[in-house]
Design a protein around this ligand. Structure first.
Ligand code: ZN
Length: 265
């Protein structure tokens, strides 16, 4: 019953309003992953972003005033991962908090490998609270999705999708036809490879932060999946397939249609 009301409300929102044209156009132009969407996908993303802005509060913090262009940029980037999954995937939280730049979380507890608790300040560009908001630094949102593999918005919202089964552990709830054993063996192999490379002192292709734990690994891989999909599919084809099955999208194919293949480094 509740779903019916929600759907009716959403249809009403879509019938009565639309995202402002100019900020939407500028967002598409700034983010290659959005520019490579086909016309139908782009229209669906625009509708999803409009509903996102109706259903989530976006609040400025640390003196930041969040204007319309920022709201549109955040909504578009946040909705790309759920283009085929639907807005209900983000039901578990109501707001997004945006700081002007990196923000400090005071007195955060860390447990080290030997179980000792350390207390210190964290400087962050984004954070996703288990039962609460997504927190973002605007500077990092503006730098997200530019085609260089960095996307703090995809990263933090990936944590929200991971959380859907109750645990942030790098294993989101998989769809019918996907196997947990395939997912975990594929991600574990890539994760172990990254950790080995770091231990050998190599500079890995993946952001070393991904080696923090499997949840961070999934979030970093989600950034790469949307931002540099052709490189990801070339380097980690099995992992790419798992992500493509989970997100029900094939961004490497999209990017291949619209942009020349970048040479790998
Ligand atoms: Zn993270």
């Amino acid at each position: 019953m509740f779903g019916l009301f929600k759907n009716r409300r959403r249809r009403r929102v879509l019938a009565r309003s639309s995202l402002p044209e100019e900020p939407w156009r500028r967002t598409i132009a700034a983010v290659p992953a959005l520019a490579s969407l086909g016309p139908d996908e782009r229209e669906r993303l625009r509708a999803l972003a409009l509903l996102f802005l109706h259903e989530k509060r976006i609040e400025g913090a640390g003196g930041l005033r969040v204007d319309e262009a920022m709201r549109v940029r955040i909504a578009a980037l946040a909705c790309l991962p759920i283009l085929e999954l639907g807005l209900d995937s983000y039901d578990g939280f109501a707001s997004v908090i945006v700081y002007p730049g990196e923000f400090v979380v005071r007195d955060r507890e860390h447990v080290d490998e030997s179980g000792v608790v350390h207390v210190g300040d964290d400087v962050l560009s984004g954070e996703s609270w288990d039962a609460g908001p997504v927190v973002l630094a605007w500077e990092d949102v503006a730098a997200s999705g530019r085609g260089d593999g960095y996307n703090v918005v995809a990263h933090e919202f990936a944590h929200k999708l991971d959380l859907l089964d109750g645990a942030v552990n790098g294993l989101p709830p998989l769809h019918r036809g996907m196997r947990v054993s395939d997912w975990t063996s594929t991600f574990q192999a890539a994760y172990d490879d990254l950790v080995r490379r770091i231990e050998r002192g190599e500079e890995p292709w993946l952001d070393p932060y991904a080696a923090e734990d499997p949840a961070e690994f999934f979030a970093v891989c989600t950034e790469l999946f949307f931002d540099v999909p052709r490189e990801l599919v070339r380097r980690y084809p099995a992992l790419y397939s798992q992500l493509a099955a989970f997100f029900k999208q094939d961004p490497a194919r999209r990017a291949g249609k619209n942009t020349p293949l970048r040479s790998a480094t």
